[in-house]
Design a binder for this molecule. Structure first.
Ligand SMILES: Cc1cc2nc3c(=O)[nH]c(=O)nc-3n(C[C@H](O)[C@H](O)[C@H](O)COP(=O)(O)O)c2cc1C
Length: 206
């Protein structure tokens, strides 16, 4: 079974290296990960006053993320933190209070930059938000991708052969296994409690 993955890219730039990394991840596991890039550039800025009558873009975004089995964040770092457009998307998806579409969704975080520290600051700010959002985030491999530029990709926008592609392959496999483990264990727990409830009922009627 292919898991539905919502990919949220924190860059609106047409030639974004983070978007290309995201596409490469999808390409490497398209047998098991059914990936969709979720548009965030059109989301009006989050304003709690609009919760009662949300803009259609918020509703569309919440539905798309809500239907996914997992979320993959691929983002640049802006001034050592999360780009505003991504933070806005996270805020939009997290509300109204108690109805967050991120709740319990397994996720992974990738940051790519031409710089040497690979978006470490942004990566951990996303991680910090994910703690409050109650998202089980994959711990390893950590993916702070440094020294990534246009020359890291071939003409079709896929990662060239080399250590970066190998790391992304490892991440893509680990992410599939992470999403799979979380969904399977939840299913087993649900089956266990259904059996326990059945057994208790049978005992009552014995
Ligand atoms: C407003 C702004 C702030 C930036 N700040 C950082 C930064 O803190 N750390 C970093 O590694 N790169 C920084 N960069 C450079 C980006 O990593 C680079 O532009 C990268 O290509 C953006 O990702 P994208 O190609 O996916 O759009 C910044 C770029 C912009 C436009």
């Amino acid at each position: 079974m292919a898991y539905k993955i919502a990919i949220i890219v924190g860059s609106l730039r047409q030639g974004s290296i983070n978007r290309k990394v995201a596409r490469s991840i999808c390409g490497l596991r398209n047998d098991n990960l059914d990936c969709s890039m979720i548009e965030i550039g059109d989301l009006p800025l989050y304003n709690q006053d609009l919760d009662g009558n949300p803009p259609e873009q918020w509703t569309r975004f919440r539905k798309q993320v809500g239907e996914a089995d997992g979320v993959l964040f691929c983002s640049p770092e802006y001034n050592r933190g999360i780009p505003g457009v991504l933070k806005n998307a996270i805020d939009v998806g997290s509300r109204p209070y108690g109805q967050s579409v991120f709740d319990k969704k397994p996720g992974a975080i990738v940051t790519a930059s031409p710089g040497s520290i690979g978006g470490f600051g942004a990566n951990h700010q996303i991680r910090q938000a994910a703690v409050f959002l109650n998202m089980p985030i994959m711990q390893q491999p950590e993916t702070y991708l440094g020294h990534v530029g246009d020359d890291s990709f071939d003409d079709s926008g896929c990662l060239k052969e080399g250590p970066l592609k190998e790391l992304i392959k490892t991440l893509a496999h680990a992410f599939h296994d992470w999403v799979d483990m979380i969904h399977r264990s939840r299913q087993l727990l649900a089956e266990d409690s259904a059996h326990a409830a059945q057994a208790a009922k049978a005992k009552e009627h014995a």
